[in-house]
Design a protein around this ligand. Structure first.
Ligand code: ZN
Length: 246
């Protein structure tokens, strides 16, 4: 059966001299892995080798008993336009987002809203300027990813005693095990907790203000999220070290 869908390439590896195995995040079918036969030939059905972040309409056939689908058509629209010169940090943020998306979603499990937010994230990131903006976009995407896969962290109250976060609180922590902020009275129950600065806690508890956060605060929030993703995945994400120095 042939399926037509809108897709963004999140991984592409060489399979042979002429073929690739590609992972797409599609709007209606979720993540799929497919073999693109002949994609590396100069005249292929896919406008040349398939590159990460290229997007467009794909057609693929998938039999449930097979792990890999077969890609039959792909009209590539590059999301990236190298002639404009890509900021390496922006590119790394894109790779990191793609890596997390790949790890946290299952094959053939559709998340149309997550597809839209990933597409928007890539477009905004490749048009943005400045490290603060890249971090802001990455953090917002990571939070929407967590929400979409059912792991939305609790950031406006203590996950343990449920007391609402107040800016007067003297010490605030984040626990990955608890999936959110933890107050001083409860922190002893969470071995994995990390201390959160007042500025970062204020921003996390009131995400509408994140656009006003400075780069230092955004870097701290990204470090907290990397800690969180490391716990969720039981290993540090590969791209994390290119985003925030540990
Ligand atoms: Zn508490």
């Amino acid at each position: 059966m042939l399926t037509r869908d809108v897709a963004i390439c999140i991984r592409a590896v060489d399979y042979s001299e002429t073929s690739q195995i590609v992972s797409f995040f599609t709007r209606a079918s979720g993540k799929i892995s497919a073999i693109a036969k002949g994609s590396k030939r100069p005249k292929s059905a896919f406008d040349g080798p398939i590159e990460i972040f290229s997007s467009g309409e794909i057609v693929f056939s998938h039999r449930p008993e097979r792990k890999l689908a077969t890609l039959t058509e792909f009209e590539q629209r590059p999301v990236l336009t190298p002639q404009h010169g890509i900021d390496l940090f922006a590119l790394n943020c894109g790779y990191f987002a793609g890596e997390l998306l790949d790890h946290l979603t299952d094959e053939c499990d559709p998340h149309p809203e997550l597809f839209d937010s990933f597409e928007q994230f890539l477009q905004n990131t490749f048009e943005a300027v400045g490290r603060g903006d890249f971090l802001l976009l990455l953090i917002l995407f990571q939070l929407s990813l967590l929400k979409e896969v059912g792991l939305r962290p609790i950031l406006d109250a203590c996950v343990n005693c449920k007391s609402r976060y107040a800016t007067s609180q003297r010490e605030v922590y984040f626990s990955s095990d608890g999936n959110g902020l933890v107050c001083r009275d409860c922190e002893a129950n969470f071995a994995d907790k990390i201390r959160v600065s007042r500025q970062a806690a204020n921003t996390l508890a009131n995400l509408k203000t994140i656009g006003d956060a400075n780069e230092k605060t955004l870097t701290e929030i990204e470090r907290i999220l990397i800690h969180h993703f490391t716990e969720i995945l039981h290993k540090p994400p590969k791209m994390a070290k290119y985003i925030v120095k540990s």
